[in-house]
Design a protein around this ligand. Sequence first.
Ligand SMILES: [Zn+2]
Length: 371
Amino acid sequence: MLDRTELREIASMEGGYFVSLYLNVDPMFNPKGDYMVHFKNMMKNTVDSLDRAVYKAVKDDLEKVDNYVISNKRIFRKGLALISSTAKSFWKEYNINVPVKNELIVDKTPYTKPLMDILDNYQRYAVLLVDKESARIFAVHLGEIVEYGEVHTPAVPGKHKKGGWFALSQNHYERHIDFHIGMHLKDVVEKVDSFLSGEYIGRLIIGGSDEAVSMVKGMLHKTVLDKVIGTARVEMFAKSDEVLRRVEPIVSAYEKKKEEETVESLIAKALKNENAVLGLDDVISALQEQRVMKLVFVKDYKANGYNCSTCGYLSVQKIDSCPFCKGKMDAVDYMVDLAGQKAVQQSALIEVVSESKKLLDAGGIGAFLRF
Ligand SMILES: [Zn+2]
């Protein structure tokens, strides 16, 4: 999983050369598995353009990268990022759940900006599991979960009051909170607070018994409480996969709501002509003019069109030769995939909406524009 602290450390490395590869391997945007072609072209162009001395310095890195791409296709997700420096004995691979713009960069520092951008642009969630003497903190991002740390405040034998572990009474609940549990929760709240702000995580899910969840919620600062998007009953010692399974419905419901808001805002802006367009025709023109900031389309939306076999120019209308390079225009039935590929290549964000009658009625596809 991407981690801000780790990326900062990588970004600050120097000395010797680094090879950084970013490859859009998203099957949706590689209808014919064409990422291998793009990869080979990038490799060739890079090798051709490098100074001899630099090439010598990174020859092993380029080979490593090449081997990795060829032999790991099975584990590819949507985006691949590799950073290699044999001089520093450094190698890092990321198989990410979002497509990335194709880039191969040889430089004296590692190129991490696209990864930082993913952290900024795709919501991450923290999960807090809590009970009376322990707590665990996880981060969930793009379908993955990682455990970040735990808080353990063991009970002192014989010091427990009877009754529920918070021994809540309606009237004097503060006095009746077990002192030890109070200390523990205070510690937990502080750790969560610093985790959320240190990692810039904007949403929190709390898991545990009803009693534990409501108690910890009562102690959170308003700013943290505003980040809570749901609570779940999860066993304290659940494995990470199980925790992910339990919180996934909360994440999906939240993301579904966000998708609906995106569609509403897209349609409203497009109707007012405020840096947004709807429909394949206008989207394609905007892509051709490099104006797309975020491409939005319904998952099952398909469209036919024409694609220049030489320069990749797209057209919804039938034309025989490309207006730019006079290349031959091929009829294709995967225009949306090609539009997506173009958008990724322009560093635009992509939002695939699982279902939306509203967006389908409005053309199935649209885009927020940079200008
Ligand atoms: Zn062309």
